[in-house]
Design a protein around this ligand. Sequence first.
Ligand SMILES: [Zn+2]
Length: 478
Amino acid sequence: MNRPDRDALAHPGPLLLVPGSVLLPEGPVDGGAVVVDDGRFTAVGPADELARTHPHLNAVRAPGHLLMPGFVDTHHHLTQSFGAALAFGEPSEIFRRVWVPLEDALDEESAHTAAKLAALEALRGGFTTVADAGTRADVDVDVVASAARDAGIRCVLGLICNDADGTADVDGTGGAGAPAVLERAEKHLARYTGDALIHPSLAVSIPEAATEHTLRATARMAAEAGAVVQIHVNEHLAAVERSLIRHGTRPLEHLYDIGALGPQLLAAHATLLTPRELTLLADTGTAVSYNPVASAWKGNAVAPATAMAERGVRFGIGTDGTRGDGFRLADAAEFAQRLAYGLTTGDSSCGAGWTWLERATRGGADAVGLGGLVGTVERGKAADFLLVDTDTPELALSWDLPWELVRRGNRDQITAVFTAGRLRMWQGRPIGWDGPALVSRAAELARAAVAGAGVTRTHPTSTEARALNEHRKGSARR
Ligand SMILES: [Zn+2]
């Protein structure tokens, strides 16, 4: 058996960990090791050297395992987890019909439970950081922070700063007005100083949900605080056309015109990009969350991520709350590029495996503003990492591990998940708290929340769709 010693891994205090191999920024290496102390990697190097320089530490061995950076989910809505499948089959702009009413129906307990459920799913799937784009639930955003902290996941925590008139139906904030919104934003950015896992961020649902003054002010405040502003941009055709009618420019161009693009902006989706908008992203250093599963499930298009990589656009990969498996997300990232762009141009490499593995880790860390802290296994960085069992039929006969991780990896192969140097998940189960109890409570609360939410769905469940299909065929035959 290859299993590392769980109790030794869970033990607080310095840890000399010797896995079979380590995924370094330049690629996987055998015979490496790390020392984890006080939440950070304090040494990364050859195992024999680290054993020599740390004679007081007993090495914990994890043969047959790859130590790799945890995945970074660059776009999530933690408090939407009660309704994932409610969006299946729905036409675009689901937020109006499903997410806003659902989040509106959450109270403090259900918002906390929804967020913790999402964090549990994310950790099980190898994500050690999630960027939350801001809850629309009428609760203090600290409810989401405490859920993330309780679960043991790092969270870039968005606070929604919508203030434009007539957006109450979009954002649920009731139009608080710019001064109040900016005062809350200022407090939020200062609220989590010194917190090991929570990193504040600002958010605007869509460009038209905030006044130009607030878009500019939030950009400036975030830049000064070293935080990011999360905005859904150029996701759906309807939204692009609304912007064209209102401003004569597309949403991303509009943000550029008013001075809101820049390294502090994390643009979620950016699926519908003109060549000019690609140039604007690259020139301004704006980051993008490429959300391939969201494109497949509800989108109008797939973000041109291979082209973004080539053009030097900063980007990571996000789930948008679709499903929390880092390997399946990286796979979807490659797969979507291949179908949408690679097949039409005969590009059989399509970024190769490393592009998508890297964007799912260090690229994501950079995009959410944590490039100096997480995303790679390097001395001085936070010890957010996975131990992945590579002694499996899927991975053992390795010829090209980065690409194999993208195409053949999945959450079942993750033995251990660490954030900030602490073991948080062991074989899919959380450490120190009761995962199954949370899941059953979430199931109860979700029923009640959805029943009271006034969600509008246009698509029947798949079973009803089947019956309807049969009925239609029957009618056609008569
Ligand atoms: Zn979103």
